[in-house]
Design a protein around this ligand. Structure first.
Ligand SMILES: [Cu+2]
Length: 155
C-alpha cells in the first residue's frame, strides 16, 4: 500500500514539471483612442525539459488575441498570423517589436482606461495561464514604422 501511494506521488511530480512556464514583462502598446487593434509583448520562460506551445490567447480588453510573426519582404514589414507560439525546453521566447507579438483585435471602447488588464493563455497541456499586463506607449522604440492598423491578416 505504501508503495502504491509513493508511486502516485512520483507521477504527480513528473506531470507538474511538465509545464513550468513563467510570463514576464507583459506590455500592451498604448495607442490614441479610436484604434481597433494593438500589439502586445512579453517574455515566456520554460524551465521544463519539454518544449511547450501556447495555442490560444485572450484578454479582457479585446474580442480576440492572435499570435503574429513579422517578416520582411524587401523593405516592407509584413505580419502573419501563426497558430501557436513554441517555447523551447529550458529556454525562452521573447515577443517584441519586429518579431513575434500578440495582436489584440476589436478592442473594447474604453480599453485604455482599464485599471486591471490581463492576458490568458492556454498551452498544449491544456493549462491556463492568466497574467497581468500593463499599458505602455513604448516611446523610444524605433519601431514606429510598424503600422498595425494597416497590416493584412492572413486567415
Ligand atoms: Cu500584428
Amino acid at each position: 500500500m505504501v508503495k502504491f501511494f509513493s508511486a502516485l506521488l512520483l507521477v504527480g511530480c513528473v506531470s507538474n514539471a511538465f509545464a513550468q512556464l513563467t510570463f514576464t514583462d507583459a506590455t500592451i502598446r498604448l495607442l490614441p483612442p479610436g484604434q481597433k487593434q494593438t500589439a502586445g509583448y512579453l517574455t515566456i520562460h520554460n524551465s521544463s525539459n519539454t518544449s511547450t506551445s501556447l495555442t490560444l490567447a485572450n484578454s479582457n480588453i479585446s474580442e480576440t488575441v492572435e499570435f503574429h510573426t513579422t517578416m520582411m519582404h524587401g523593405e516592407m514589414m509584413h505580419m502573419m498570423q501563426v497558430t501557436e507560439l513554441t517555447i523551447p525546453a529550458q529556454g525562452k521566447l521573447e515577443l517584441q517589436p519586429g518579431g513575434y507579438h500578440l495582436m489584440l483585435i476589436n478592442l473594447a471602447d474604453n480599453w485604455f482606461n482599464q485599471t486591471e488588464i490581463w492576458l490568458e493563455f492556454v498551452d498544449t497541456n491544456n493549462n491556463k495561464h492568466k497574467i497581468p499586463a500593463r499599458l505602455s506607449k513604448m516611446d523610444g522604440a524605433d519601431h514606429n514604422h510598424m503600422q498595425h492598423d494597416q497590416h493584412k491578416h492572413h486567415h
